[in-house]
Design a protein. Structure first.
Length: 132
């Protein structure tokens, strides 16, 4: 388990909930280099998804560059392969959104109650500007 990958996975906030949960699941099983090799069934069980949906989510994460997938033949049975997932910490960090800025904008929009910005009345933004 790599705490660095888990902590950074928790900070991502522009992924879908299924994508984020899958990244956290992989981070929970990853070594310090971001490598892990759970089966799709294990990922599905850990994230309360179907195997089919877990496969779809892994595919999306690969397209975003968050996860790289490699296959390795099993030594005990050369006909079978296992998936190795490698988390890209830099790509995970790129999915951070500054929550404070998003929250401020949301509070501001909520404080308008449907009015335009040019109407003269006190808003949360005005109060914060007055407070300094």
């Amino acid at each position: 388990m790599s705490f660095e990958y888990i902590i950074n996975s928790l900070k991502t906030n522009n992924l879908s909930s299924a994508e984020k949960l899958t990244v956290i699941c992989l981070a929970n099983r990853a070594d310090d280099n971001g490598k892990c090799f759970p089966s799709l069934q294990t990922i599905a069980n850990d994230t309360s998804q179907s195997v089919r949906n877990a496969h779809r989510i892994i595919k999306k994460l690969k397209q975003r560059g968050i996860v790289e997938q490699q296959q390795q033949r099993l030594e005990s049975d050369l006909r079978r392969k296992r998936n190795i997932y490698i988390l890209n910490l830099q790509k995970i960090k790129e999915h951070f959104v500054k929550c404070d800025e998003v929250a401020k904008e949301t509070i501001y929009k909520d404080s308008l109650h449907g009015h335009s910005d040019t109407d003269n009345f006190v808003t949360a933004k005005n109060l914060s500007e007055l407070a300094g």
